[in-house]
Design a protein around this ligand. Structure first.
Ligand code: NAP
Length: 259
């Protein structure tokens, strides 16, 4: 088992990409802490992992709260004897609106959930990794962190920020056995994309099928990515032999963005 003896924390682990990542890391031997705000969802994922023979616990945390992030770290330490060897900063929200509708509160909230949380979780979990001389941090960014598109100025700015943060912290810890990377999915078949489809249909009047076709057409493979494909990329970055991959942003979109 690639990740046996490793403890992994997955934020936003209750559904979508986070839940798939929790399953993949657990299937490869990691003990997994599944975290998000919805207690029923994280409990269900953790229970499923335990039933499959893995060690897993659910710890609720709102990643916009610095106090709750420190409490998450402390509860991980209580449960496993150390905070974590692997941190997957996956929790995030998406929204779209034209620039004229972007308010300060909207901007700050997107940044608090998508960016400030990545900084705070990294601050909380990184010291134990550098002390141990081994660690893996994977930040779930987006192709919106690699390119712009109409109406996603705020979301796109958060994901560009995550990639910039990833690159800089990767440099900061490069000699200490820790790698920091990002994954950049295109549209993934999750609740988040279902909500995007609803927003598009409400704003443009096109049908659900047309909206879905539009999102699928953004990939040269004419399909949505799956959460499991993203989880596989995350797993690869956590592997022992991935120690030379640092500060990178791995795109999973079927080939639309090649940078
Ligand atoms: P999702 O199905 O909506 O799941 C999002 C997860 O984040 C949930 O577990 C949610 O749980 C958690 N979350 C949201 N706000 C949180 C908060 N304040 N504190 C703690 N947890 C919070 O979304 P997804 O598609 O799996 O997306 C996961 C990540 O991938 C996000 O960072 C997203 O930006 C990125 N991404 C998604 C796509 C896509 O097409 N779906 C593409 C590129 C990148 P609670 O609401 O219970 O807290």
């Amino acid at each position: 088992m690639t990740l046996s003896q490793r403890i992994a924390v997955v934020t936003g682990g209750g559904r979508g990409i986070g839940a798939a990542t929790a399953r993949t890391l657990a299937a490869n031997g990691a003990s997994v802490v599944v975290s998000a705000r919805s207690v029923d969802e994280i409990e269900a994922v953790a229970e499923e992992l335990r039933e499959a023979g893995s060690q897993a616990i659910a710890i609720p945390c709102d990643v916009t709260s610095p106090e709750q992030i420190l409490a998450l770290r402390d509860r991980c330490t209580e449960a496993f004897g150390r905070p974590a060897d692997i941190l997957i900063n996956n929790a995030g929200i998406a929204d779209s609106r034209p620039l004229k509708a972007v308010t300060v509160d909207y901007w700050d909230h997107l940044f608090a959930v998508n960016v400030r949380s990545v900084m705070l979780c990294t601050q909380a979990f990184l010291p134990a990794m550098t002390e141990a001389g081994w660690g893996r941090i994977v930040n779930v960014a987006s192709i919106a962190g690699k390119m712009g598109a109409a109406y996603i100025g705020a979301y796109s700015a958060t994901k560009h920020a995550v990639i910039g943060f990833t690159r800089s912290i990767a440099c900061e810890v490069a000699t200490q056995g820790v790698t920091v990377n990002a994954v950049c999915p295109g549209y993934v078949d999750t609740d988040m994309t279902d909500k995007s489809v609803k927003r598009i249909t409400a704003k443009t009047g096109i049908t659900v099928e047309q909206a879905m076709q539009h999102l699928e057409s953004t990939s040269p493979q004419h399909r949505l990515m799956t959460a499991e494909e993203v989880a596989f990329a995350v797993l690869g970055l956590c592997h022992e032999l991935a120690r030379g991959i640092n500060g990178q942003s791995v795109i999973i979109d079927g080939g639309a963005v090649q940078a």
